[in-house]
Design a protein around this ligand. Structure first.
Ligand code: HEC
Length: 174
């Protein structure tokens, strides 16, 4: 049994002990709690990528997501995920949207035609500058949605893990 599975099992086993008050507070921030780490990448109890922010220092992926967001999404979704008249505030969307849904919308795009207005979310499935950094974008927006990351450039960040360098080289190069 891997460490990740053991920790996930433990987290599930402990949940009922905490009683209803914690169950009520099990909002998005609770779900996003980092329980395992692999080479600087944090995972929640369900094994989905998440952020880790301690004393104002963000993990590398959250920082990277901040940068990628502001190069490829900000023009429509507004600074720091706060939304615009054209596209929704992702700080709200990510409060409830799960990882798989996020991935598929960003990869495939979406079109909303109504009220004489056509708003288009482009498909980024063939854009390496986006799809090589999907998890980074997801964890950054998740941190914003939970109120864990403040607006603006995170002032302190962890070093870039070797795993991130390797994944980037193979994704961008391949
Ligand atoms: C050209 C403008 C544009 C860009 C650039 C853009 N989006 Fe969007 N996005 C939209 C619009 C418009 C919608 C709403 C579409 C709809 O209503 O179906 C949307 C919807 C979404 C949604 C679904 C939100 C919800 O609440 O349902 C996600 C997630 C999303 N975008 C993520 C991203 C990410 C991540 C990036 C950057 C990689 C990005 N978008 C870049 C225009 C854009």
């Amino acid at each position: 049994m891997s460490v990740r599975v053991v920790i996930a099992a433990l987290a599930l086993a402990l949940l009922p002990l905490a009683g209803p008050s914690l169950a009520q507070a099990s909002d998005s921030a609770e779900k996003a709690k980092a329980v395992t780490e692999e080479d600087g990448k944090h995972l929640d109890a369900e094994g989905n990528p998440t952020y880790k922010i301690e004393n104002g220092t963000v993990d590398w992926y959250t920082f990277s997501g901040y940068r990628r967001y502001h190069s490829d999404c900000h023009v429509c979704h507004g600074p720091d995920g706060t939304g615009s008249s054209y596209a929704p505030a992702l700080v709200n969307s990510l409060k409830t949207m799960d990882y798989a849904t996020f991935l598929s919308i960003v990869a495939e795009g979406r079109k909303n035609v109504g009220g004489g207005k056509e708003n288009v979310m482009p498909a980024f499935g063939d854009n390496k500058n986006v799809y090589c950094y999907m998890d980074d974008l997801y964890v950054y927006l998740r941190a914003r949605a939970d109120g864990a990351a403040p607006r603006g450039r995170p002032p302190k960040k962890s070093d870039k893990p070797q795993a991130a360098k390797d994944a980037e080289a193979s994704c961008m190069g391949g």
